[in-house]
Design a binder for this molecule. Structure first.
Ligand code: DQA
Length: 148
């Protein structure tokens, strides 16, 4: 099983970026831990971070050709703005789980609305770096349940 992990803008700064909100873990540390979880679950993890909306859209659009079975994505600020990423998720129709380190519903009003979540099977938010692990476990459980 192949899982695509997508991290959106500014997440390359995790560790130094507002640690009171996003925690002290760096993105490489989060990805390394997620790779261990992926190995435990018997799946391959392809990881990608970009600050560019178009690059994320290109990647989602080519996910099926790459043999991807499901997507774990933290769209970061694009969560709240990107009709185009939402449309890309709808177009590929791969199961996706949206991730947020912070509880977006407990912050500024504009963060409580996600344009991308309606095209995902679920959302995990508010557990810091652990949000990624729960999202991956939930996605793999969903894929294993799904009749082929
Ligand atoms: C975030 C929440 C977003 O509102 C914010 O723009 C981010 C990170 C999170 O993981 O908590 O960049 O997606």
């Amino acid at each position: 099983m192949k899982i695509l992990l997508i991290n959106g803008p500014n997440l390359q700064l995790l560790g130094v970026r507002e640690p009171g909100i996003y925690g002290a873990d760096t993105l490489p540390a989060i990805v390394a831990h997620l790779r261990e979880t992926a190995a435990e679950l018997g799946c391959e993890l392809i990881d990608f971070q970009s600050n560019h909306e178009g690059d994320i859209i290109d990647l989602i659009g080519s996910a099926k050709e790459k043999g991807v079975d499901g997507i774990v994505m933290n769209p970061a600020a694009y969560t709240h703005t990107s009709v185009a990423i939402r449309d890309a998720l709808a177009a590929v129709a791969l199961p996706a789980v949206e991730v947020h380190l912070s509880n977006i519903h407990a912050r500024e009003e504009f963060r409580s609305h996600s344009l991308t979540a309606p095209k995902c099977i679920g959302v995990v938010a508010g557990f810091g770096a652990d949000s990624y692990e729960w999202a991956l476990r939930a996605l793999v459980a969903h894929l294993n349940r799904k009749p082929v």
